[in-house]
Ligand binder design. Structure first.
Ligand code: HEC
Length: 120
């Protein structure tokens, strides 16, 4: 029995749309390739999500400020900042009481630590 040509057309179409879709997915989840620095990437995340309490002086019961590079670096090295933002425990996670930061922002902070906690 002869296979109708339309069958091949369909296969090619399906294969090419699959390829296209997975390429797109890869682009969307490409890990950060540039070096993460405090000034370019981290400060903005902290300013937007943390300094409503971790200002100077800190308010709402927060124990320290996160206003400066030194503050944030110290919180990563000595106060478990990454564990706090990565936690799924609403009694532990920062921002205080949740919700958790979006994963891409958490990943930037983790990447910052891996890149050596550079200021700029
Ligand atoms: C609504 C106020 C509030 C916000 C917003 C907030 N925090 Fe906190 N944070 C607190 C309070 C209160 C504590 C102390 C109680 C505790 O440890 O759970 C704390 C504690 C911490 C600690 C532990 C300090 C220590 O020495 O044990 C870290 C680290 C921290 N916060 C980081 C962050 C980061 C990073 C953000 C932003 C992503 C953030 N916080 C946002 C209120 C806040």
């Amino acid at each position: 029995m002869k296979t109708p040509p339309i069958f091949f057309v369909l296969i090619v179409f399906i294969l090419s749309s699959c390829t296209h879709t997975s390429e797109q997915d890869l682009i969307d989840t490409t890990p950060i390739t540039e070096i993460v620095t405090y000034r370019d990437n981290v400060k903005n995340i902290i300013d937007t999500n943390c300094i409503s309490c971790h200002t100077n002086p800190p308010v709402n019961g927060a124990p320290m400020s996160l206003l400066t590079y030194e503050n944030v670096k110290d919180a990563i090295e000595n106060r478990g900042l990454i564990a706090r933002i990565s936690s799924d425990d609403l009694g532990f996670v920062m921002p205080f009481g949740g919700p958790k930061l979006p994963q891409n922002l958490i990943d930037i902070i983790i990447q910052w630590q891996e890149d050596g906690l550079l200021e700029e």
